[in-house]
Design a protein around this ligand. Structure first.
Ligand code: 5AD
Length: 348
């Protein structure tokens, strides 16, 4: 197994059978070696610095009905909210003072009628914070909308593909949503010039090792600038309420594999990982992740943006808890970088 891991580090890819063997491997020594290799690569690439992104959850209204997600349209028990442009700018101002130089605007999918508002919002952030990166995570849009957002000043876009397998995609999403459309959007985003992120939930209902291999092969070929992966966590008001959460070990394994595949990729240790395990965030960093995304949303709205149960948004997962995050990272030998942290960032 160590030979395979060394090969992945040197050549940056394996074949499907080899990935499968790695995903099935339970040998503690080999898994330790995998993490060490990935950590070494991340340290070589970024030093012991972890980039921070301020996550602003701009609205929990969503036109979609994804079976796994707590803010799905049919969930009547969510109190819906929408931040105003001024709310969002206030979040950015607070974040800027704290040292954030990337703002991530995330929200449920809205109809095209909202696009002009989004353009305006991006323009005003761009104007007030010319030195900051603006990342969007607003789901599937028309190519034209993506172009307008980009021209208004957005730099990066996060759109997880969730699963590359058509049948599994249909298991997670209702009719009307398709992997084909998701991939089309990802292609547009890349063509337009966004630093593009994609990714999956680990352990989503119905996911097999074969599906994970397909996801790895897709990511290898798409070569995104960012990869978002975290464990699936059930939400009590969804059709998957009684499903089991994804495995932390498998999430860590995938983080390490992606780091070895794409040494320079921006790889967050996600909130879902920190939610499932008290030291999940740190374990993610030690497995090769190099980004964390503390919550910068207004405190009184945070509990309404519940994609899954018990979602962490306080302490080291909160923008105002940066000190705590700093201490937790220091305990494992890392520190926060207040750089913008674009893709291809070269260490000076
Ligand atoms: N568990 C974990 N992650 C989830 N997401 C949505 N619902 C859940 C859940 N129940 C993730 C999806 C989406 C991202 C914004 O949040 O992968 O792309």
């Amino acid at each position: 197994m160590k030979n395979l891991i060394t090969k992945l580090r040197q050549e940056h890819y394996l074949d499907a059978e080899e990935y499968k063997a790695l995903l099935l491997c339970r040998d503690a020594d080999a898994l330790k070696y995998l993490q060490e290799q990935a950590r070494e690569v991340a340290l070589g690439q970024f030093g012991n610095r972890v980039f921070i992104r301020g996550l602003i959850e701009i609205s929990n209204r969503c036109r979609n009905n994804c079976y796994y997600c707590g803010i799905r349209k049919e969930n009547q028990d969510v109190v819906r909210y929408e931040l105003t442009q001024e709310d969002i700018l206030d979040c950015c101002r607070e974040g800027y003072t704290l040292g954030f130089r990337t703002f991530v605007l995330q929200g449920g999918e809205t109809p095209a009628t909202k696009d002009a508002w989004t353009v305006e919002t991006i323009s005003s952030i761009r104007q007030e914070f010319p030195d900051c990166a603006i990342t969007l995570s607003l789901g599937e849009k028309s190519r034209e909308a993506y172009e307008r957002f980009f021209q208004a000043g957005a730099n990066r876009y996060l759109l997880r593909h969730e699963t590359h397998n058509e049948e599994h995609y249909r298991h997670l999403h209702p009719a009307g949503m398709s992997i084909k459309q998701r991939l089309q959007c990802l292609t547009w985003l890349k063509e337009i010039g966004y630093q593009t992120g994609t990714g999956i939930m680990v352990g989503s209902p119905g996911q097999s090792i074969g599906h994970l291999v397909e996801d790895i092969l897709f990511i290898e070929q798409f070569h995104p600038e960012m990869i978002g992966i975290g464990p699936f966590i059930p939400h009590h008001d969804t059709p998957f309420a009684t499903a089991l959460p994804g495995s932390i070990e498998m999430t860590l394994k995938l983080l390490s594999i992606f780091r070895l595949m794409h040494p320079e990729v921006l790889l967050p240790s996600t909130t879902a990982l920190a939610t499932l395990s008290p030291d999940g965030r740190e374990r993610g960093i030690l497995a090769g992740a190099n980004v964390v995304m503390p919550n910068l949303s207004p405190r009184d709205q945070r509990e309404k943006y519940t994609l899954y149960d018990n979602k962490a948004s306080l302490g080291a997962e909160a923008a105002e808890g940066l000190q705590q995050l700093e201490e937790k990272l220091a305990a494992i030998g890392y520190r926060i970088s207040k750089e913008r942290g674009d893709y291809s960032y070269v260490q000076c």
